[in-house]
Design a protein around this ligand. Structure first.
Ligand code: SF4
Length: 518
């Protein structure tokens, strides 16, 4: 019997290793033959540790399983897919998963992450094999035609960036993958790297062939030791199998890869600070121009893309640009792996085409708050994203629709708060976070964030004095303007988003009676 027990960090955090150990011991004691496969996570995080048993009908899911529950599960016939209070039936039929459109994450949680033959038998390397037979310009055109935009948050068209690097002259070019996933509530990059690392490797190799780069670097945050270890092992195995190295997939062209470990700074997720860090310096934002596409790593033309962007490329090459274009709405093509976190009943990863609403995500998929109380606020796009106004929870998730309302889709991180949340304190936290993480290069961010904390404190204290209160609110607005328009990068430039949206949509938490909510 084949049984799947995730090796993903989210599952390990709730005892997946102990579950695997208990299964092994219990089966040995009973003389039962069992093959335990350590897969990635399906992304149904509230069910971790999610154990799956292979049956003739498909995999049957049990969760959340603890080591203590294993003997009882085996007694109940788990190894034959038998019923139990923890049984959810066929994994693929669980509504949370069945309603998704898993394109980039099609293999995550399904395969053994480091098994090359498992990867190949689930459609792996098809994109790279096709790219190896194509002219570089044709690969770039395919990515351009797909409409794929950067999934790290900025949503810049990936094909345009690639075209710039392909056209840039230089004896050496690089592909730099940004895996410094530091936004609160986000975990898609990690889930992908731990659950299907060859997809990222394949995407980077395709990018290398497309722009003429022979070296790829993955910059992974140090808080992701399992992702780092998995990627390093996967790179070694892919190289030994000829998918990387001097002759990538028989193309006659070279592409080598390595992993660089970050040092734990949020601002190193900003692309130019990441370049500084990779080059061995303190992570400080570089002034642009020059664009990294022209002068990036060590002054050479460099493609910088996020993990999900690059991991989506193999599918585009394998199935064609039109297939990927067929998902989404407007200029937001394809899918986005949304990540449900915070105070939510069913936290996890939901890959869906652009166009669904925030309400569908947090209510239908997420099941509302974990505390069972009413949802008060939802922050979309990480710690620099807005608290989306309740009337906008029904708007389609689309880059342009969100931008028109002053919101951001970002990396797809969604953090939910119930009605006990104090939005003034959350706004204060946004400023405090900026003060802690600021690289210090520009004044609006370095000084403004500290002043922002003080002003919000004064607003809250001035509740009984309308004149003092109004003057401090005006000061905060002024400060937000300065930070938004005067900062060098998104850290200082976007911190006003959560602050202003909290102030606008939840004025009562700041001691303001009349609402100005949209
Ligand atoms: Fe550094 Fe902040 Fe300025 Fe960005 S906005 S360059 S993080 S000081």
């Amino acid at each position: 019997v084949r049984v799947y027990v995730p090796r993903d960090a989210a599952a390990l955090a709730v005892g997946a290793d102990a579950v695997a150990g208990a299964l092994q011991r219990e089966c040995a004691a009973r003389g039962l033959q069992v093959q335990i496969v350590r897969n990635g996570s399906r992304g149904l995080l509230w069910l971790e540790t999610l154990v799956e048993v292979e049956t003739p009908e498909g995999r049957v899911a049990y969760g959340p399983v603890t080591a203590d529950a294993v003997p009882g599960l085996i007694d109940a016939g788990m190894l034959q897919g038998g019923s139990h209070a923890l049984c959810h039936g066929l994994t693929e039929a669980i509504a949370y998963l069945a309603r998704q459109e898993r394109l980039t994450f099609a293999r995550v949680g399904v395969i053994d992450p480091l098994d090359l033959s498992d990867y190949a038998s689930h459609g792996g390397w098809q994109g790279l094999e096709r790219a190896a037979r194509m002219e570089s310009a044709a690969i770039v055109q395919e990515v351009l035609d797909s409409g794929l935009r950067g999934r790290g948050g900025a949503a810049f068209p990936a094909g345009i960036k690639w075209k710039t690097v392909a056209a840039a002259a230089g004896p050496q070019k690089y592909i730099a993958c940004n895996a410094d996933e530091g936004d609160s509530g986000t975990f898609a990059d990690r889930l992908l790297m731990e659950g299907d690392p060859y997809t990222l490797i394949e995407g980077m190799a395709i990018a290398g062939l497309a722009v003429g780069a022979t070296q790829g670097l993955v910059y992974v945050r140090s808080e992701y030791p399992h992702a780092i270890a998995t990627l390093r092992e996967a790179i070694a195995r892919a190289e030994a199998a000829g998918w990387l190295g001097r002759n990538v997939a028989g193309s006659g062209r070279a592409f080598h890869m390595e992993v660089r470990k970050g040092a734990g700074s949020y601002v190193c997720g900003e692309e130019t600070a990441m370049l500084e860090s990779i080059e061995g310096r303190r992570g400080i934002v570089r002034a642009k121009p020059p664009l990294p596409a022209i002068a990036g790593l060590w002054g050479r033309p460099t493609v910088i893309n996020n993990v999900i962007t690059l991991a989506t490329v193999p599918l585009i090459l394998a199935r064609g640009a039109a297939f990927y274009q067929g998902f989404g709405m407007g200029r937001s093509r394809g899918t986005l792996p949304f990540q449900l976190a915070g105070n939510i009943a069913r936290g996890g990863l939901v890959e869906k085409a652009f166009g669904l609403s925030l309400r569908e995500l947090v209510e239908d998929f997420g099941g509302g708050t974990a505390t069972g109380r009413a949802i008060k606020a939802v922050q979309v796009g990480g710690p620099l994203g807005s608290y989306v106004a309740p009337p906008d929870w029904d708007a389609p998730l689309d880059y342009e629709v969100y931008a028109a309302k002053g919101n951001v889709v970002g990396h797809g991180g969604i953090v939910v708060h119930d009605d006990t949340a104090d939005m003034a304190q959350l706004a204060r936290y946004a400023m405090e976070f900026c003060a802690i993480e600021s690289c210090g290069k520009c004044t609006p961010c370095r000084i403004g964030s500290t002043r922002g904390v003080e002003v919000i404190d004064r607003i809250v204290r001035a509740g009984g004095d309308p004149a003092a209160h109004a003057s401090q609110v005006a000061l905060l607005e002024n400060l937000c303007d300065t930070m938004q328009h005067g900062s060098m990068c998104a850290m200082g430039g976007m911190t006003p988003y959560p602050v202003r949206s909290a102030l606008t949509h939840y004025p009562q938490d700041f001691g303001i009676e009349s609402t100005t909510a949209a």
